[in-house]
Ligand binder design. Structure first.
Ligand SMILES: [Zn+2]
Length: 355
């Protein structure tokens, strides 16, 4: 290592990782040499890597450097399931969640967000749940509004969210729990230019297709997916400066209320995968460190900040003195969610056996 680089390292401190990665200086670490599942390695890290904030890889195969945690409590949110330690994200994602929660309160009157998983401190695969959420740019938001009171640690572990589905019918919204505010909340999330996609249950997408009278372009970003009836999922585009971050293919043009949605109301997505006679069950596959982008070994083994406090955005966050009353209606901002006639609601079909 030359003098210039040593001086640069002394100067940069937290920029060290970016420097090593950009200079291509890379050595295989002991942890990467064996076949330990990457989820065990990343799941064991309690603090982020102190480095310039960077998302490496893809939403379902990558890691996060320089992550920060959203505070457990804000003026317009409460983080749930704190024991999981998954309230970490790219600083731009954390800022977006804070802004979204504030906008939702101000414009829709949504009393606050209950936040589900974002990412682990260093991103990466997780020991339970989620294929994605690996690069600090995915966040789950409950479809249950935040209660007035501050929930205790124990309540945040045990309270369950409410499903928006009528479980007695196939892919149908429960009209006793779904409200136009839910539609506005999801569409507000989709309206931010930095939001890449919003994932919801096909029944929710169908409901929006049938009832949304506002901006249909933002509706195209709302994508149907399995589950996601208790919460919805916000995915952010790769932030500028995350050179190792792979964007997802852009959503097709249009509102998505088309064949791609109709497919979910056929048997195909719900059919059990067919097994050939005599076929052995597939071996469970897991990613090792070698399967992830190279930078993830450095992210995994890089230095942590001195304390969680240092890595938590909360100290820097300035809450507005008070949430102003809805001066502008959400309709004027993102359009109205009028209730539409039920003519095009999917015909109930027998629920196929799933799982
Ligand atoms: Zn999610």
């Amino acid at each position: 290592m030359g003098f210039g680089m040593r001086a640069a390292l002394r100067r940069s401190g937290s920029g060290l990782l970016a420097l090593i990665v950009s200079a291509g200086l890379f050595s295989t670490d002991a942890a990467s040499a064996d076949g330990t599942p990457a989820k065990e390695l990343f799941g064991a890290r309690a603090l982020p890597t102190a480095a310039a904030p960077t998302s490496y890889g893809f939403y379902s195969k990558g890691c996060l450097a320089g992550g920060i945690a959203i505070p457990t409590d804000g003026p317009t949110w409460q983080a749930m399931r704190l024991s999981r330690n998954r309230r970490w994200g790219h600083p731009e994602m954390i800022a977006l969640i804070e802004r979204f929660s504030h906008d939702a309160a101000e414009r829709i009157g949504w009393p606050g967000l209950l936040l589900g998983d974002i990412s682990q401190p260093r991103g990466g695969p997780m020991l339970s749940g989620h294929a994605s959420h690996q690069i600090g740019l995915d966040a789950d938001v409950w479809l249950t509004p935040m209660p007035q009171k501050t929930l205790s640690y124990q309540e945040r572990e045990s309270i369950s969210a409410t499903s928006m589905l009528d479980k007695s019918r196939f892919l149908t919204i429960d009209r006793s729990v779904w409200t136009p505010s839910h539609a506005r909340l999801i569409m507000l999330a989709a309206s931010y230019p930095e939001v890449e996609r919003v994932f919801v249950n096909p029944a929710i997408k169908k409901k929006l297709c049938d009832s949304w009278r506002g901006d249909r372009a933002a509706l195209g970003k709302v994508r149907p997916i399995y589950g996601h009836d208790y919460h919805f999922h916000i995915r952010m585009k790769c932030p500028a400066g995350s050179k190792g971050c792979k964007d997802q293919a852009a959503v097709p043009a249009g509102d998505g209320c088309d064949k791609s949605l109709a497919w979910w109301f056929t048997d195909e997505p719900w059919a059990k995968p067919k097994k050939k006679p005599g076929e052995k069950p597939p071996k469970p596959k897991f990613a090792t460190l070698a399967d992830l982008p190279k930078a993830c070994a450095l992210v995994l083994n890089g230095p942590a900040p001195a304390s969680e406090q240092q890595a938590t955005y909360g100290t820097a966050y300035r809450a507005p003195a008070a949430i102003p009353a809805a001066a502008t209606s959400i309709e004027s901002v993102i359009g109205a969610a009028a209730e539409a006639p039920l003519a095009s609601v999917p015909v109930p079909l027998p629920r196929p056996a799933l799982q």
